[in-house]
Write a protein of this length. Structure first.
Length: 197
C-alpha cells in the first residue's frame, strides 16, 4: 500500500486528536479539572475503589476523608481506614477488585488500556518477524504505525486514569514515530521521481 507524506501527516494528526478529544470529553463531563484551574475536592481517581477528598477543616488544615462524607463525620486512623477500604472491596465483584475499578465502564476502560498495550507490544513482534524473514535486523513501516496507534491508545487510557507519568511516557515517542514514517514515505517518492527521469 502506497502512502504519501501528506497522508502520514493526516493519519498522525487524527491519532494526535484522539487524546485531545478524550481530554475535552472528560473535562466536559466534569471528570478532569480545566487547564489553569486548581483541582477541587473530591478528587475522583478515575473509578477507583476508594475516592478520597482532601479539604481544609475549620482551622485551614487539610484533612483526608472518604468522598461523600458529611461534616462532622469522624476521621479515621490508618487501621480504621484500611478496614473500611477492605470492607468496600469485599462487596465488589472479583473482576472489579482485580482491576481496581467500581463499574463496568471502568472495566471497559481497562480493556481499552490493555488493547493499547497489546498494539504497542505487537510492534516488537512485527519487527522480529520482519527481521527473521530478511535474515537481518530491519524495522518495517508497520512497526512505526503500531507505535503511533498503540501510544495514542495508551495516552487516552492514561488521561482517563489521570496518570501523568504514563501519559508523558507515551507522548514523548510521538515525534520519533512520525519522523520515521516521514522518512520512509518520503524515500519512496524520491525513488519514484528518480526512476521516472
Amino acid at each position: 500500500m502506497k502512502i504519501s507524506r501528506p497522508q502520514v501527516l493526516g493519519i498522525s494528526a487524527l491519532l494526535l486528536l484522539l487524546p485531545m478529544l478524550v481530554w475535552w470529553l472528560l473535562v466536559s463531563a466534569g471528570q478532569l479539572g480545566k487547564l489553569g484551574e486548581p483541582l477541587r475536592p473530591p478528587f475522583n481517581l478515575s473509578d477507583r475503589i476508594v475516592t478520597i477528598e482532601v479539604a481544609p477543616d475549620e482551622e485551614g488544615t487539610l484533612r483526608a476523608r472518604f468522598a461523600g462524607w458529611e461534616e462532622g463525620d469522624p476521621e479515621l486512623s490508618a487501621a480504621e481506614f484500611y478496614t473500611e477500604v477492605l470492607g468496600r472491596t469485599r462487596t465488589l465483584p472479583a473482576i472489579y477488585r482485580v482491576l481496581d475499578v467500581t463499574s463496568i465502564i471502568g472495566v471497559l476502560w481497562v480493556v481499552f488500556g490493555f488493547a493499547g498495550q497489546a498494539v504497542f507490544m505487537g510492534r516488537m513482534i512485527a519487527q522480529w518477524l520482519a527481521s527473521e524473514k530478511a535474515r537481518s535486523s530491519v524495522v518495517p513501516p508497520v512497526f512505526w504505525w503500531m507505535s503511533l496507534l498503540g501510544s495514542s491508545m495508551l495516552m487516552v487510557y492514561f488521561l482517563w486514569r489521570k496518570d501523568l507519568v504514563g501519559f508523558l511516557g507515551q507522548s514523548t515517542g510521538w515525534v520519533i514515530y512520525i519522523r520515521n514514517l516521514w522518512f520512509i514515505y518520503g524515500k519512496d517518492r524520491a525513488g519514484e521521481a528518480t526512476a521516472s527521469e
